[in-house]
Write a protein that binds this ligand. Structure first.
Ligand code: ARG
Length: 576
Protein backbone atom coordinates (compact mmCIF):
# COMPACT_ATOMS: atom_id res chain seq x y z
CA UNK A 1 0.00 0.00 0.00
CA UNK A 2 1.24 3.49 -0.78
CA UNK A 3 2.14 5.45 2.31
CA UNK A 4 0.07 8.49 3.11
CA UNK A 5 2.20 11.57 3.77
CA UNK A 6 0.49 12.42 7.06
CA UNK A 7 0.67 8.81 8.25
CA UNK A 8 4.33 8.64 7.23
CA UNK A 9 5.06 11.70 9.38
CA UNK A 10 3.10 10.25 12.29
CA UNK A 11 5.24 7.11 12.15
CA UNK A 12 8.44 9.10 12.13
CA UNK A 13 7.35 11.32 15.03
CA UNK A 14 6.24 8.32 17.11
CA UNK A 15 9.71 6.82 16.62
CA UNK A 16 11.48 10.10 17.34
CA UNK A 17 9.52 10.62 20.56
CA UNK A 18 10.42 7.13 21.63
CA UNK A 19 14.11 7.62 20.84
CA UNK A 20 14.33 11.14 22.29
CA UNK A 21 12.16 10.88 25.38
CA UNK A 22 11.62 7.17 25.94
CA UNK A 23 7.86 7.78 25.78
CA UNK A 24 5.28 5.82 23.77
CA UNK A 25 2.67 7.86 21.92
CA UNK A 26 -0.08 6.88 19.49
CA UNK A 27 -0.05 8.15 15.89
CA UNK A 28 -2.84 10.61 16.82
CA UNK A 29 -0.67 11.95 19.64
CA UNK A 30 1.92 12.94 17.05
CA UNK A 31 -0.63 15.68 16.20
CA UNK A 32 0.34 16.10 12.56
CA UNK A 33 -1.62 18.80 10.73
CA UNK A 34 -1.24 20.05 7.16
CA UNK A 35 -0.02 23.64 7.33
CA UNK A 36 -2.31 26.37 6.09
CA UNK A 37 -1.75 27.20 2.40
CA UNK A 38 0.99 29.76 1.88
CA UNK A 39 2.85 28.69 5.00
CA UNK A 40 6.50 27.83 4.84
CA UNK A 41 5.99 24.17 5.79
CA UNK A 42 3.94 21.29 4.41
CA UNK A 43 2.91 19.93 7.80
CA UNK A 44 3.22 20.86 11.40
CA UNK A 45 3.78 18.58 14.38
CA UNK A 46 2.04 19.90 17.50
CA UNK A 47 3.00 17.06 19.84
CA UNK A 48 5.53 19.01 21.89
CA UNK A 49 3.00 21.01 23.88
CA UNK A 50 1.02 18.07 25.36
CA UNK A 51 4.24 16.10 25.89
CA UNK A 52 5.75 19.05 27.74
CA UNK A 53 2.78 19.07 30.10
CA UNK A 54 2.96 15.33 30.57
CA UNK A 55 6.71 15.37 31.31
CA UNK A 56 6.88 18.72 33.08
CA UNK A 57 9.50 20.14 30.73
CA UNK A 58 9.57 23.22 28.46
CA UNK A 59 7.88 22.55 25.13
CA UNK A 60 10.69 24.15 23.16
CA UNK A 61 13.12 21.63 24.64
CA UNK A 62 10.78 18.75 23.73
CA UNK A 63 10.44 20.01 20.17
CA UNK A 64 14.21 20.29 19.82
CA UNK A 65 14.65 16.75 21.12
CA UNK A 66 12.04 15.40 18.67
CA UNK A 67 13.63 17.23 15.73
CA UNK A 68 17.08 15.97 16.71
CA UNK A 69 15.94 12.33 16.69
CA UNK A 70 13.69 12.53 13.62
CA UNK A 71 14.34 10.43 10.53
CA UNK A 72 14.70 13.26 8.02
CA UNK A 73 15.03 11.21 4.87
CA UNK A 74 13.49 13.44 2.21
CA UNK A 75 12.34 15.79 4.91
CA UNK A 76 13.36 19.13 6.39
CA UNK A 77 12.39 19.72 10.00
CA UNK A 78 12.77 22.93 11.92
CA UNK A 79 11.45 24.01 15.26
CA UNK A 80 9.38 27.16 15.33
CA UNK A 81 8.16 29.38 18.12
CA UNK A 82 7.18 27.79 21.39
CA UNK A 83 7.67 24.25 20.19
CA UNK A 84 6.09 23.39 16.88
CA UNK A 85 8.06 21.26 14.49
CA UNK A 86 7.64 22.43 10.92
CA UNK A 87 7.95 19.62 8.40
CA UNK A 88 8.66 20.11 4.72
CA UNK A 89 9.31 17.37 2.19
CA UNK A 90 12.16 17.79 -0.23
CA UNK A 91 11.27 18.30 -3.86
CA UNK A 92 12.70 14.88 -4.75
CA UNK A 93 10.71 13.10 -2.06
CA UNK A 94 7.44 14.80 -3.04
CA UNK A 95 8.06 14.18 -6.75
CA UNK A 96 8.76 10.48 -6.21
CA UNK A 97 5.76 10.13 -3.92
CA UNK A 98 3.41 11.77 -6.40
CA UNK A 99 4.77 9.66 -9.26
CA UNK A 100 3.94 6.55 -7.24
CA UNK A 101 0.38 7.81 -6.65
CA UNK A 102 -0.02 8.59 -10.34
CA UNK A 103 1.05 5.07 -11.26
CA UNK A 104 -1.75 3.68 -9.09
CA UNK A 105 -5.24 3.15 -10.52
CA UNK A 106 -6.66 4.24 -7.19
CA UNK A 107 -4.52 7.39 -7.03
CA UNK A 108 -3.20 6.14 -3.71
CA UNK A 109 -6.58 5.72 -2.01
CA UNK A 110 -5.91 2.83 0.41
CA UNK A 111 -7.91 -0.34 0.82
CA UNK A 112 -8.83 -0.64 4.45
CA UNK A 113 -9.42 -3.76 6.51
CA UNK A 114 -12.92 -4.57 5.26
CA UNK A 115 -15.88 -3.96 7.53
CA UNK A 116 -19.52 -4.66 6.88
CA UNK A 117 -21.15 -1.25 6.76
CA UNK A 118 -24.94 -0.94 6.87
CA UNK A 119 -26.12 2.43 5.62
CA UNK A 120 -29.69 3.60 6.20
CA UNK A 121 -30.47 6.43 3.83
CA UNK A 122 -33.18 8.09 1.79
CA UNK A 123 -35.90 6.26 3.77
CA UNK A 124 -38.82 8.54 2.81
CA UNK A 125 -42.29 8.28 4.21
CA UNK A 126 -44.31 6.69 1.46
CA UNK A 127 -47.65 8.31 1.98
CA UNK A 128 -46.56 11.37 0.02
CA UNK A 129 -44.22 12.16 -2.79
CA UNK A 130 -40.67 12.78 -1.73
CA UNK A 131 -39.93 16.40 -1.01
CA UNK A 132 -36.76 18.41 -0.83
CA UNK A 133 -36.26 17.34 2.78
CA UNK A 134 -35.48 13.84 1.53
CA UNK A 135 -32.79 15.17 -0.75
CA UNK A 136 -30.12 15.38 1.89
CA UNK A 137 -30.40 11.83 3.19
CA UNK A 138 -30.44 10.42 -0.32
CA UNK A 139 -27.46 12.43 -1.55
CA UNK A 140 -25.28 12.16 1.55
CA UNK A 141 -26.09 8.47 1.92
CA UNK A 142 -25.19 7.77 -1.71
CA UNK A 143 -21.83 9.50 -1.27
CA UNK A 144 -21.14 7.50 1.90
CA UNK A 145 -21.94 4.28 0.05
CA UNK A 146 -19.46 5.14 -2.69
CA UNK A 147 -16.76 6.28 -0.27
CA UNK A 148 -16.97 3.14 1.86
CA UNK A 149 -17.02 0.85 -1.14
CA UNK A 150 -13.98 2.58 -2.57
CA UNK A 151 -12.11 1.92 0.67
CA UNK A 152 -12.88 -1.78 0.32
CA UNK A 153 -15.77 -2.15 2.73
CA UNK A 154 -18.81 -4.29 2.13
CA UNK A 155 -21.76 -1.92 2.07
CA UNK A 156 -25.34 -2.98 2.67
CA UNK A 157 -27.83 -0.31 1.66
CA UNK A 158 -31.06 -0.05 3.60
CA UNK A 159 -33.84 2.16 2.34
CA UNK A 160 -36.00 2.17 5.45
CA UNK A 161 -39.21 3.28 3.80
CA UNK A 162 -41.90 4.72 6.05
CA UNK A 163 -44.45 2.35 4.57
CA UNK A 164 -46.53 1.39 7.57
CA UNK A 165 -48.62 2.86 10.31
CA UNK A 166 -51.40 5.37 10.84
CA UNK A 167 -51.18 7.47 7.65
CA UNK A 168 -52.07 4.39 5.65
CA UNK A 169 -55.33 3.99 7.48
CA UNK A 170 -56.68 7.25 6.12
CA UNK A 171 -55.12 6.77 2.70
CA UNK A 172 -56.64 3.32 2.20
CA UNK A 173 -59.99 4.53 3.46
CA UNK A 174 -59.88 7.52 1.12
CA UNK A 175 -59.04 5.15 -1.73
CA UNK A 176 -62.18 3.18 -0.90
CA UNK A 177 -64.30 6.35 -0.76
CA UNK A 178 -63.01 7.43 -4.14
CA UNK A 179 -63.87 4.05 -5.61
CA UNK A 180 -60.26 3.45 -6.64
CA UNK A 181 -60.27 -0.12 -5.48
CA UNK A 182 -59.83 -1.96 -8.73
CA UNK A 183 -57.89 -1.76 -11.95
CA UNK A 184 -54.67 0.10 -12.56
CA UNK A 185 -54.16 2.67 -9.86
CA UNK A 186 -53.02 6.06 -10.97
CA UNK A 187 -53.10 8.90 -8.52
CA UNK A 188 -52.19 11.96 -10.51
CA UNK A 189 -50.99 13.88 -7.52
CA UNK A 190 -50.05 11.84 -4.50
CA UNK A 191 -49.54 14.88 -2.34
CA UNK A 192 -52.98 16.21 -3.17
CA UNK A 193 -54.42 12.79 -2.37
CA UNK A 194 -52.69 12.83 0.99
CA UNK A 195 -53.91 16.34 1.77
CA UNK A 196 -57.50 15.38 0.93
CA UNK A 197 -57.33 12.31 3.14
CA UNK A 198 -55.88 14.32 6.04
CA UNK A 199 -58.46 17.03 5.68
CA UNK A 200 -61.26 14.49 5.73
CA UNK A 201 -59.68 12.82 8.74
CA UNK A 202 -59.71 16.10 10.68
CA UNK A 203 -63.19 17.18 9.60
CA UNK A 204 -65.19 13.98 9.55
CA UNK A 205 -65.32 11.89 12.76
CA UNK A 206 -66.95 9.00 10.96
CA UNK A 207 -64.09 8.89 8.43
CA UNK A 208 -61.55 9.20 11.22
CA UNK A 209 -63.09 6.21 12.96
CA UNK A 210 -63.03 4.15 9.77
CA UNK A 211 -59.42 5.18 9.17
CA UNK A 212 -58.45 3.99 12.65
CA UNK A 213 -60.18 0.67 12.06
CA UNK A 214 -58.25 0.40 8.79
CA UNK A 215 -54.96 0.69 10.60
CA UNK A 216 -55.99 -2.16 12.88
CA UNK A 217 -57.06 -4.21 9.86
CA UNK A 218 -53.77 -3.44 8.14
CA UNK A 219 -51.70 -4.47 11.14
CA UNK A 220 -53.80 -7.60 11.56
CA UNK A 221 -53.04 -8.54 7.96
CA UNK A 222 -56.56 -8.26 6.50
CA UNK A 223 -56.03 -9.36 2.86
CA UNK A 224 -58.28 -6.75 1.21
CA UNK A 225 -56.66 -3.94 3.19
CA UNK A 226 -53.18 -5.26 2.48
CA UNK A 227 -54.00 -5.34 -1.21
CA UNK A 228 -55.06 -1.69 -1.24
CA UNK A 229 -52.05 -0.71 0.85
CA UNK A 230 -49.76 -2.50 -1.59
CA UNK A 231 -51.24 -0.63 -4.53
CA UNK A 232 -50.74 2.69 -2.80
CA UNK A 233 -47.14 1.76 -2.17
CA UNK A 234 -46.54 0.78 -5.77
CA UNK A 235 -47.79 4.18 -6.86
CA UNK A 236 -45.64 5.91 -4.30
CA UNK A 237 -42.57 3.90 -5.30
CA UNK A 238 -43.02 4.92 -8.93
CA UNK A 239 -42.61 8.56 -7.91
CA UNK A 240 -39.66 7.75 -5.69
CA UNK A 241 -37.88 5.70 -8.32
CA UNK A 242 -38.26 8.49 -10.87
CA UNK A 243 -36.39 10.72 -8.44
CA UNK A 244 -33.67 8.10 -7.89
CA UNK A 245 -33.23 7.70 -11.62
CA UNK A 246 -32.85 11.44 -12.13
CA UNK A 247 -30.38 11.66 -9.28
CA UNK A 248 -28.45 8.63 -10.45
CA UNK A 249 -28.26 7.17 -6.96
CA UNK A 250 -27.61 3.50 -6.53
CA UNK A 251 -30.75 2.52 -4.64
CA UNK A 252 -32.64 -0.41 -6.11
CA UNK A 253 -35.69 -2.34 -4.94
CA UNK A 254 -33.27 -4.91 -3.49
CA UNK A 255 -32.28 -2.25 -0.95
CA UNK A 256 -35.82 -1.54 0.23
CA UNK A 257 -36.28 -2.63 3.81
CA UNK A 258 -39.16 -0.57 5.05
CA UNK A 259 -40.94 -0.37 8.35
CA UNK A 260 -43.52 -2.88 7.12
CA UNK A 261 -40.78 -5.50 6.79
CA UNK A 262 -40.32 -5.39 10.58
CA UNK A 263 -43.97 -6.06 11.28
CA UNK A 264 -43.59 -9.78 11.95
CA UNK A 265 -40.80 -9.35 14.48
CA UNK A 266 -42.13 -6.42 16.52
CA UNK A 267 -43.74 -8.77 19.05
CA UNK A 268 -40.62 -10.89 19.47
CA UNK A 269 -38.49 -7.77 19.76
CA UNK A 270 -40.65 -6.61 22.67
CA UNK A 271 -40.62 -10.09 24.23
CA UNK A 272 -36.85 -10.22 24.07
CA UNK A 273 -36.56 -6.83 25.75
CA UNK A 274 -38.93 -8.01 28.49
CA UNK A 275 -36.96 -11.23 28.95
CA UNK A 276 -33.75 -9.24 29.28
CA UNK A 277 -35.36 -7.15 31.98
CA UNK A 278 -35.12 -4.00 29.88
CA UNK A 279 -38.79 -3.46 29.01
CA UNK A 280 -41.43 -2.94 31.66
CA UNK A 281 -45.06 -1.86 31.86
CA UNK A 282 -45.58 1.81 32.59
CA UNK A 283 -48.96 3.50 32.64
CA UNK A 284 -50.44 0.74 30.54
CA UNK A 285 -47.74 0.91 27.87
CA UNK A 286 -44.59 -1.18 27.51
CA UNK A 287 -41.46 0.94 27.89
CA UNK A 288 -37.69 0.71 27.82
CA UNK A 289 -35.80 3.22 29.96
CA UNK A 290 -32.24 3.32 28.62
CA UNK A 291 -29.77 4.50 31.27
CA UNK A 292 -28.72 8.12 31.17
CA UNK A 293 -31.83 9.70 29.69
CA UNK A 294 -33.75 11.88 32.06
CA UNK A 295 -36.27 14.59 31.47
CA UNK A 296 -37.44 17.39 33.71
CA UNK A 297 -37.05 16.75 37.43
CA UNK A 298 -34.78 13.82 36.70
CA UNK A 299 -37.57 11.49 35.60
CA UNK A 300 -36.32 8.76 33.26
CA UNK A 301 -37.40 9.19 29.63
CA UNK A 302 -38.89 6.07 28.02
CA UNK A 303 -38.86 4.53 24.62
CA UNK A 304 -42.49 3.45 24.28
CA UNK A 305 -42.37 0.16 22.47
CA UNK A 306 -45.99 -0.93 22.82
CA UNK A 307 -48.68 1.65 23.22
CA UNK A 308 -51.59 1.31 25.59
CA UNK A 309 -53.82 0.22 22.68
CA UNK A 310 -51.33 -2.55 21.83
CA UNK A 311 -49.97 -0.75 18.76
CA UNK A 312 -46.31 -0.48 17.92
CA UNK A 313 -44.52 2.65 16.78
CA UNK A 314 -41.32 4.18 15.38
CA UNK A 315 -39.33 3.24 18.50
CA UNK A 316 -40.38 -0.38 18.14
CA UNK A 317 -39.52 -0.60 14.44
CA UNK A 318 -36.14 1.00 15.02
CA UNK A 319 -35.33 -1.43 17.83
CA UNK A 320 -36.34 -4.34 15.61
CA UNK A 321 -34.30 -2.78 12.81
CA UNK A 322 -31.11 -2.35 14.81
CA UNK A 323 -31.40 -5.90 16.10
CA UNK A 324 -31.70 -7.12 12.51
CA UNK A 325 -28.79 -5.03 11.26
CA UNK A 326 -26.41 -6.13 13.97
CA UNK A 327 -27.59 -9.69 14.68
CA UNK A 328 -28.69 -10.86 11.22
CA UNK A 329 -26.80 -8.63 8.80
CA UNK A 330 -23.79 -8.65 11.16
CA UNK A 331 -22.95 -5.03 10.49
CA UNK A 332 -19.74 -3.74 12.06
CA UNK A 333 -20.66 -0.15 11.39
CA UNK A 334 -24.27 1.03 11.25
CA UNK A 335 -24.85 4.46 9.75
CA UNK A 336 -28.20 6.22 9.93
CA UNK A 337 -28.36 9.19 7.56
CA UNK A 338 -31.31 11.02 9.10
CA UNK A 339 -32.09 14.65 9.93
CA UNK A 340 -30.72 16.22 13.09
CA UNK A 341 -34.15 16.52 14.80
CA UNK A 342 -34.09 12.75 15.36
CA UNK A 343 -30.86 12.90 17.40
CA UNK A 344 -32.46 11.97 20.71
CA UNK A 345 -34.42 9.12 19.15
CA UNK A 346 -31.23 7.52 17.83
CA UNK A 347 -29.23 8.12 21.00
CA UNK A 348 -31.90 6.25 22.93
CA UNK A 349 -32.23 3.46 20.36
CA UNK A 350 -28.45 2.93 20.32
CA UNK A 351 -28.29 2.97 24.13
CA UNK A 352 -31.10 0.42 24.38
CA UNK A 353 -29.46 -1.77 21.74
CA UNK A 354 -26.21 -1.74 23.73
CA UNK A 355 -28.02 -2.69 26.92
CA UNK A 356 -29.75 -5.51 25.06
CA UNK A 357 -26.30 -6.61 23.84
CA UNK A 358 -27.49 -6.54 20.24
CA UNK A 359 -24.54 -4.40 19.27
CA UNK A 360 -21.22 -6.21 19.54
CA UNK A 361 -18.74 -4.30 21.71
CA UNK A 362 -16.59 -3.79 18.62
CA UNK A 363 -19.36 -2.45 16.41
CA UNK A 364 -20.48 1.12 16.09
CA UNK A 365 -23.84 2.76 15.43
CA UNK A 366 -23.74 6.37 14.28
CA UNK A 367 -26.46 8.86 13.58
CA UNK A 368 -25.17 10.75 10.54
CA UNK A 369 -27.25 13.83 11.27
CA UNK A 370 -27.85 16.68 8.86
CA UNK A 371 -29.39 20.14 8.93
CA UNK A 372 -32.27 21.53 6.89
CA UNK A 373 -32.49 22.93 3.41
CA UNK A 374 -33.73 26.51 3.65
CA UNK A 375 -35.46 28.72 1.12
CA UNK A 376 -34.29 32.26 0.38
CA UNK A 377 -36.63 33.42 3.15
CA UNK A 378 -34.61 31.40 5.64
CA UNK A 379 -37.50 29.00 6.26
CA UNK A 380 -37.20 25.24 5.93
CA UNK A 381 -38.11 24.01 2.46
CA UNK A 382 -40.43 21.14 3.03
CA UNK A 383 -43.72 19.63 2.15
CA UNK A 384 -45.84 21.98 4.28
CA UNK A 385 -49.25 20.42 3.85
CA UNK A 386 -48.08 19.00 0.58
CA UNK A 387 -47.70 22.41 -1.01
CA UNK A 388 -43.90 22.45 -0.93
CA UNK A 389 -41.47 21.96 -3.70
CA UNK A 390 -41.55 18.49 -5.20
CA UNK A 391 -38.22 16.84 -5.64
CA UNK A 392 -38.86 15.65 -9.17
CA UNK A 393 -39.80 19.18 -10.28
CA UNK A 394 -36.81 20.65 -8.55
CA UNK A 395 -34.40 18.25 -10.24
CA UNK A 396 -36.00 18.85 -13.62
CA UNK A 397 -35.51 22.55 -13.10
CA UNK A 398 -31.84 21.99 -12.29
CA UNK A 399 -31.35 20.19 -15.59
CA UNK A 400 -33.27 22.87 -17.50
CA UNK A 401 -31.19 25.64 -15.97
CA UNK A 402 -27.98 23.80 -16.75
CA UNK A 403 -29.15 23.23 -20.32
CA UNK A 404 -29.40 26.99 -20.76
CA UNK A 405 -25.71 27.28 -19.88
CA UNK A 406 -24.62 24.94 -22.67
CA UNK A 407 -27.34 25.78 -25.19
CA UNK A 408 -25.17 28.06 -27.32
CA UNK A 409 -22.40 25.50 -27.73
CA UNK A 410 -22.79 24.60 -31.38
CA UNK A 411 -19.76 22.30 -31.34
CA UNK A 412 -21.65 19.92 -29.08
CA UNK A 413 -24.24 17.51 -30.44
CA UNK A 414 -27.76 17.61 -29.01
CA UNK A 415 -27.08 14.34 -27.20
CA UNK A 416 -23.90 15.69 -25.70
CA UNK A 417 -25.68 18.84 -24.59
CA UNK A 418 -28.36 16.79 -22.86
CA UNK A 419 -25.72 14.65 -21.14
CA UNK A 420 -23.87 17.71 -19.95
CA UNK A 421 -27.02 19.47 -18.78
CA UNK A 422 -27.84 16.47 -16.65
CA UNK A 423 -24.33 16.20 -15.23
CA UNK A 424 -24.14 19.91 -14.46
CA UNK A 425 -27.70 20.34 -13.15
CA UNK A 426 -27.80 17.26 -10.93
CA UNK A 427 -24.16 17.77 -9.96
CA UNK A 428 -24.90 21.31 -8.79
CA UNK A 429 -27.76 20.19 -6.57
CA UNK A 430 -25.77 17.32 -5.08
CA UNK A 431 -22.62 19.32 -4.53
CA UNK A 432 -24.43 22.25 -2.87
CA UNK A 433 -25.71 19.72 -0.40
CA UNK A 434 -22.51 17.73 0.10
CA UNK A 435 -20.15 20.68 0.36
CA UNK A 436 -21.92 22.16 3.39
CA UNK A 437 -20.80 20.87 6.76
CA UNK A 438 -23.47 18.27 7.20
CA UNK A 439 -25.01 19.38 10.47
CA UNK A 440 -25.52 22.93 9.27
CA UNK A 441 -28.57 24.22 7.45
CA UNK A 442 -27.99 25.61 3.99
CA UNK A 443 -29.89 27.93 1.72
CA UNK A 444 -31.03 26.50 -1.58
CA UNK A 445 -29.85 29.06 -4.13
CA UNK A 446 -29.76 28.26 -7.85
CA UNK A 447 -27.37 31.03 -8.83
CA UNK A 448 -24.85 30.17 -6.18
CA UNK A 449 -24.93 26.43 -6.76
CA UNK A 450 -24.32 26.81 -10.50
CA UNK A 451 -21.76 29.56 -10.20
CA UNK A 452 -18.67 29.02 -12.34
CA UNK A 453 -16.41 30.18 -9.60
CA UNK A 454 -16.58 29.27 -5.99
CA UNK A 455 -16.88 25.92 -4.29
CA UNK A 456 -19.39 24.39 -6.72
CA UNK A 457 -19.64 21.29 -8.86
CA UNK A 458 -19.88 23.53 -11.91
CA UNK A 459 -16.50 25.09 -11.11
CA UNK A 460 -14.91 21.67 -10.65
CA UNK A 461 -16.53 20.29 -13.81
CA UNK A 462 -15.23 23.26 -15.78
CA UNK A 463 -11.78 22.91 -14.31
CA UNK A 464 -11.79 19.24 -15.23
CA UNK A 465 -13.01 19.84 -18.79
CA UNK A 466 -10.44 22.59 -19.32
CA UNK A 467 -7.61 20.33 -18.22
CA UNK A 468 -8.88 17.53 -20.44
CA UNK A 469 -8.90 19.95 -23.37
CA UNK A 470 -5.34 20.98 -22.56
CA UNK A 471 -4.30 17.34 -22.53
CA UNK A 472 -6.02 16.69 -25.87
CA UNK A 473 -4.24 19.68 -27.33
CA UNK A 474 -0.93 18.36 -26.05
CA UNK A 475 -1.64 14.96 -27.55
CA UNK A 476 -2.49 16.56 -30.91
CA UNK A 477 0.79 18.42 -30.91
CA UNK A 478 2.63 15.19 -30.17
CA UNK A 479 3.70 16.31 -26.70
CA UNK A 480 2.50 13.09 -25.06
CA UNK A 481 0.72 13.03 -21.76
CA UNK A 482 3.53 13.76 -19.37
CA UNK A 483 6.36 11.99 -17.68
CA UNK A 484 6.86 10.43 -14.30
CA UNK A 485 9.87 12.63 -13.78
CA UNK A 486 8.28 15.53 -11.97
CA UNK A 487 10.00 18.87 -11.56
CA UNK A 488 8.60 20.96 -8.74
CA UNK A 489 10.88 23.98 -8.68
CA UNK A 490 8.11 26.58 -9.00
CA UNK A 491 6.12 27.26 -5.80
CA UNK A 492 2.85 26.75 -7.68
CA UNK A 493 4.02 23.36 -8.99
CA UNK A 494 5.05 22.30 -5.54
CA UNK A 495 1.80 23.51 -3.95
CA UNK A 496 -0.25 21.60 -6.51
CA UNK A 497 1.85 18.47 -6.05
CA UNK A 498 1.35 18.61 -2.30
CA UNK A 499 -2.43 18.96 -2.69
CA UNK A 500 -2.56 16.05 -5.11
CA UNK A 501 -0.59 13.88 -2.73
CA UNK A 502 -3.07 14.65 0.06
CA UNK A 503 -6.03 13.30 -1.93
CA UNK A 504 -6.01 9.81 -0.35
CA UNK A 505 -6.12 11.35 3.13
CA UNK A 506 -9.08 13.53 2.10
CA UNK A 507 -11.00 10.45 0.92
CA UNK A 508 -10.32 8.45 4.08
CA UNK A 509 -11.25 11.40 6.31
CA UNK A 510 -14.52 11.98 4.44
CA UNK A 511 -15.48 8.33 5.02
CA UNK A 512 -14.20 8.10 8.58
CA UNK A 513 -16.13 11.13 9.80
CA UNK A 514 -19.02 10.55 7.37
CA UNK A 515 -18.37 14.09 6.15
CA UNK A 516 -18.35 14.34 2.38
CA UNK A 517 -17.72 18.09 2.65
CA UNK A 518 -14.13 17.29 3.60
CA UNK A 519 -13.66 15.78 0.16
CA UNK A 520 -15.46 18.72 -1.50
CA UNK A 521 -13.15 21.19 0.22
CA UNK A 522 -10.14 19.20 -0.86
CA UNK A 523 -11.25 19.04 -4.49
CA UNK A 524 -11.95 22.77 -4.49
CA UNK A 525 -8.50 23.49 -3.08
CA UNK A 526 -6.99 21.19 -5.67
CA UNK A 527 -8.73 23.03 -8.50
CA UNK A 528 -7.68 26.36 -7.02
CA UNK A 529 -4.08 25.20 -6.73
CA UNK A 530 -4.28 24.09 -10.35
CA UNK A 531 -5.60 27.44 -11.45
CA UNK A 532 -2.69 29.27 -9.76
CA UNK A 533 -0.30 26.77 -11.31
CA UNK A 534 -1.82 27.26 -14.74
CA UNK A 535 -1.61 31.05 -14.48
CA UNK A 536 2.03 31.04 -13.46
CA UNK A 537 3.46 27.99 -15.20
CA UNK A 538 3.06 27.76 -18.99
CA UNK A 539 2.50 24.17 -20.02
CA UNK A 540 2.50 23.69 -23.79
CA UNK A 541 5.14 26.32 -24.49
CA UNK A 542 7.63 25.09 -21.90
CA UNK A 543 10.78 23.16 -22.77
CA UNK A 544 10.51 19.37 -23.17
CA UNK A 545 11.31 18.21 -19.63
CA UNK A 546 9.28 20.92 -17.90
CA UNK A 547 6.36 20.49 -20.30
CA UNK A 548 6.28 16.76 -19.66
CA UNK A 549 6.29 17.32 -15.91
CA UNK A 550 3.56 19.96 -16.10
CA UNK A 551 1.42 17.76 -18.32
CA UNK A 552 1.79 14.97 -15.77
CA UNK A 553 0.66 17.33 -13.01
CA UNK A 554 -2.29 18.39 -15.16
CA UNK A 555 -3.27 14.82 -15.95
CA UNK A 556 -3.08 13.89 -12.28
CA UNK A 557 -5.24 16.89 -11.34
CA UNK A 558 -7.94 15.91 -13.85
CA UNK A 559 -7.89 12.34 -12.55
CA UNK A 560 -8.25 13.48 -8.94
CA UNK A 561 -11.18 15.78 -9.74
CA UNK A 562 -12.92 13.11 -11.76
CA UNK A 563 -12.30 10.38 -9.19
CA UNK A 564 -13.33 12.61 -6.30
CA UNK A 565 -16.52 13.79 -7.99
CA UNK A 566 -17.40 10.18 -8.80
CA UNK A 567 -17.11 9.33 -5.10
CA UNK A 568 -19.63 12.10 -4.49
CA UNK A 569 -21.93 10.67 -7.16
CA UNK A 570 -21.20 13.51 -9.59
CA UNK A 571 -20.10 13.17 -13.20
CA UNK A 572 -17.23 15.01 -14.80
CA UNK A 573 -17.95 15.37 -18.54
CA UNK A 574 -15.02 15.36 -20.93
CA UNK A 575 -16.20 18.62 -22.52
CA UNK A 576 -18.22 21.49 -21.20
N1 ARG B 1 -38.95 7.69 7.43
C1 ARG B 1 -38.26 8.51 8.39
C2 ARG B 1 -38.54 9.99 8.10
O1 ARG B 1 -38.86 10.36 6.98
C3 ARG B 1 -36.77 8.32 8.36
C4 ARG B 1 -36.32 6.92 8.68
C5 ARG B 1 -34.88 6.87 9.03
N2 ARG B 1 -34.42 5.56 9.38
C6 ARG B 1 -34.66 4.95 10.52
N3 ARG B 1 -34.15 3.75 10.72
N4 ARG B 1 -35.40 5.47 11.45
O2 ARG B 1 -38.44 10.79 9.03
Amino acid sequence: MLPDLGAELERRIVDAVHAALDVEITPEQAVIRPSAPGRAADYQCNAAMPLAKRLGRPSREIADAIAAHLDTTGLIADVAGPGFVNLTFTEEFLAAHLAALAADDRLGVPEQAPLRVVIDYSSPNMAKEMHVGHLRSTIIGDALVRLHEELGHEVIRQNHLGDWGTPFGKLVEHLVDEGLTSGELSIGDLNEFYVQASRKFDADPDFAERARKRVVALQAGDPATLDLWRRLLEESKRHMEAVYALLGVRLTPADYMGESACNDVLGSTCDELVAKGLAMPSEGALCVFPRGFTGREGAPVPLIIRKRDGGYNYDTTDLATIRYRSQDLKGDLLLYVVGAPQALHFKMIFAAAREAEWLAPTSTATHVAFGSVLGSDGKVLGSRKGAGLKLADLLQEAVTRAAAIVADRSELSADEQAEIARAVGIGAVKYADLSTAREKDYVFDWDRMMSMDGNTATYLQYAHARIRSLIRKAADSGAGDGSANLLLAEPAERALALKLSQYPAAVTAAARFAEPHRLCTHLFETATAFSTFYETCPVLTAGDAVRASRLALSTHTARVIRHGLALLGIQAPERL
